[in-house]
Design a binder for this molecule. Structure first.
Ligand SMILES: [Zn+2]
Length: 345
């Protein structure tokens, strides 16, 4: 066991400074720097080591960073008038209604709702649409809202939407669409009122923040009593890590500073006084496709431009279907590389 002992880097959860060294991982946007993945010897929280200072870290978020590219706001429903479009829209609407209780004008009894949930489950798998349960005139905050893509969907579903974003580039795009309701900076600097939100969402954000515990404490402060928190975050306790090791896509160093297992995130929520409701796993073929891309880039650096063009789920949609059976199996086993955590104040 290779133990790192560094008083400068302490574990956010238990404040210890003993870490077990696991992998040396490459930074892949610029392709120059390497960072270590370490695990706290006491509590099991994985961290990136060493951590760049806040100023240096900003340099690792160029404007081309992929989450900032979602700047066209596509409606949940197709505007097409064809029969196929109408059937698809109807199925999506049933999915949103039966899973998240929207569209109160139509009613479902308990049995029908359960049956419709099963029938529309493929919509959940394919779209990965997760929304807070419907709340009339509800107020929602998306932390790390980027360009506001998800916020636009919540707005379409009737929410009073707020966002906070640390990238000036993404903030500028989002603020044009959401006026004063998107604030620039981190959650703490946004200084929202206490007991203000009915729901808070964090999609692929908690792994980026300097102190997950401080962020969760602030979330607890601004949530109303009974308000819900939904966190989407990579799951380190996945077979993908066993297979790909240092090439696992979701290490994403040094942008990802913290790496969670279901157990660690449960402990973090408990420590901040938020109540864990459930942990779901999501099928995420992109994790596997992009991990394969990284293996190939490192093995055949001369051909990396072609590899990046070919092994990319956005450019070659069929890859998603090719890898789906494997990622679906991991989902069923509770070992997929992404989890969705639901908590309540
Ligand atoms: Zn620890």
């Amino acid at each position: 066991m290779n133990l790192i002992n560094d008083d400068k880097q302490i574990c956010d959860y238990c404040k210890e400074s003993d870490f077990v060294w696991l992998y040396e991982v490459k930074e892949y946007i610029f392709g120059v720097d390497y960072f270590n993945i370490c695990k706290c010897a006491k509590c099991g929280l994985y961290q990136t080591y060493p951590r760049p200072s806040i100023d240096k870290l900003a340099n690792y978020y160029p404007d081309v960073y992929s989450p900032y590219n979602l700047n066209t706001y596509i409606s949940l429903f197709s505007p097409g008038k064809s029969m196929v479009a109408e059937v698809k829209n109807r199925i999506k609407r049933i999915y949103i209604k039966s899973y998240f209780n929207y569209y109160a004008e139509t009613t479902q009894n308990k049995f029908a709702r359960s049956a419709l949930k099963i029938l529309t489950w493929p919509v959940k798998i394919r779209t990965e649409w997760i929304f807070p349960e419907y709340k009339e005139r509800g107020r929602v905050l998306d932390i790390g809202c980027s360009t506001g893509f998800y916020l636009s969907r919540l707005k379409e579903l009737g929410w009073d939407t707020y966002g906070v974003e640390t990238s000036k580039y993404a903030f500028n795009i989002a603020s044009k669409h959401f006026n004063g309701n998107v604030r620039y900076g981190n959650l703490e600097s946004a200084e929202f009122n206490a007991d203000y939100f009915d729901a808070v969402t964090m999609w692929q954000v908690l792994e980026h923040v300097e102190s997950p515990l401080s962020t969760l404490l602030e979330v607890k402060r601004i949530l109303k009593k009974g308000g819900v928190l939904i966190i989407g975050v990579p799951n380190v306790s996945t077979c993908e890590v066993s297979i790909f090791g240092k090439w696992w896509w979701a290490w994403e160093v040094p942008r990802h500073l913290n790496h969670f297992t279901p157990e660690v995130i449960r402990n973090c929520l408990e420590k901040t006084g938020l109540k864990l409701l459930k942990v779901e796993f999501s099928s995420n073929p992109n994790n596997i496709i992009m991990s394969v891309q990284r293996v190939l880039i490192d093995c055949f650096p001369k051909y990396q431009d072609g590899i990046k063009r070919f092994i990319d789920p956005d450019k070659n949609k069929y890859l998603w279907y090719l890898v789906f059976p494997m990622s679906f199996l991991l989902l069923v086993l509770g070992k997929s590389g992404r989890m969705i955590v639901y908590a309540k104040k």
